[in-house]
Design a protein around this ligand. Structure first.
Ligand SMILES: O=C(O)CCC(=O)C(=O)O
Ligand SMILES: [Fe+2]
Length: 309
């Protein structure tokens, strides 16, 4: 069933009971499995159990489920809004990163932006808490497990508004090179299909086609760490189409609070599953490679024990 979620800067979003998470299905190349968010909380026990099972399977097997620019160009390690343009062989995008939680920041111009993004993210916070409950349940924990582990009340969120190709024409086909994102999960909306690709477990790049008015949800690094690798952070990239299509996306990284220490929890560790990741606060993990918090760079690769120690 389709749910309405307006696009950025247009309609207001009412996501409370109306979000759907899209999780990429590796086995049916053209099909993205859809989790009906409302069914995760259905009063019908069978319906709820079925939909939780579907979500668990998707998580485990698929891993996904302008103001004055110059003002935001200067770099300071405590930036809460930063504008960025890169156009070279490795990356071609213009983007604006905004810390939106626990304090909400947003450029004040254009004024529609602040309200629209604020309302969208308010809705997404509800969705986040709902997904945290549902995923805690399928992991065999009490509903509040992830919310508590990640201290989501003070979660660090980053909204990333991307434009491909950038105002300068792109200098290659890579919009954004392959990467994973830190955090609990990433939500993404876009104005046109095409560009975003996910790496399947078979090693194929699959283009993500989102039905209109839907939100894509992908698992982030810190759910992988918490579950000791049971759920995998999704590897993705953006490929450009010879400057022919302008695409705008907004990715929101829903992270734990900056002071949360994230490590594999004992429930996911036993003799045959030793801890695969080293633990660290979310803040330290974001700054691990000398980046600022606002860069939201992944350091998952270095947290994997066999590689990092
Ligand atoms: O634009 C997209 O589709 C993906 C953006 C993304 O992966 C990111 O900003 O981390
Ligand atoms: Fe990303």
């Amino acid at each position: 069933m389709a749910h309405s979620v307006g696009m950025l800067g247009q309609e207001c979003f009412d996501l409370k009971n109306k979000a759907i998470a899209h999780l990429l299905d590796y086995s049916f190349i053209d099909e993205i499995p859809t989790i009906d968010y409302s069914l995760l909380f259905s009063k019908d026990h069978n319906e709820r159990a079925k939909s939780l099972e579907h979500l668990g399977k998707a998580c485990q097997e698929f891993g996904f489920f302008y103001e004055e620019r110059s003002e935001y160009l200067k770099k300071n390690s405590m930036d809460r809004i930063r504008w960025y343009l890169r156009s070279d062989a490795g990356e071609n995008r213009e983007n604006l990163k905004i810390v939106t939680h626990p304090e909400y920041h947003c450029p004040s111009k254009p004024d529609i932006c602040k309200d629209a993004i604020g309302q969208y993210l308010k809705g997404m916070h509800e969705v986040e808490l709902g997904l945290a409950k549902a995923i805690s349940t399928i992991l065999g924990h009490e509903e509040t497990y992830i919310e508590k582990e990640f201290k989501l009340e003070a979660g660090f969120y980053m909204a990333i508004l991307n434009l491909y190709p950038p105002s300068l024409q792109s200098k290659g086909s890579i919009g954004l090179a392959e990467h994973t994102d830190p955090g609990f999960f990433v939500s993404l909306i876009q104005n046109v299909n095409g560009g975003l690709q996910m790496l399947s477990h078979k090693g194929n790049w699959i283009t993500v086609h989102l039905p209109r008015n839907t939100i894509f949800i992908g698992i982030g690094d810190h759910l992988e760490i918490l579950t000791n690798g049971k759920y995998k952070s999704h590897i993705h990239q953006v490929i450009l189409n010879n400057n022919k299509v302008k695409r705008i996306s907004m990715a929101t990284l829903h992270g734990p609070s900056l002071d949360t220490f994230v490590a594999p929890t004992p429930e996911f560790i036993d003799e045959s599953h030793p801890p695969n990741y080293r633990g660290m606060t979310y803040k330290k993990s974001l700054k691990f490679n000398g980046f600022d918090e606002i860069d939201v760079q992944s350091s998952l690769f270095q947290f994997r024990m066999s590689l990092s120690l």
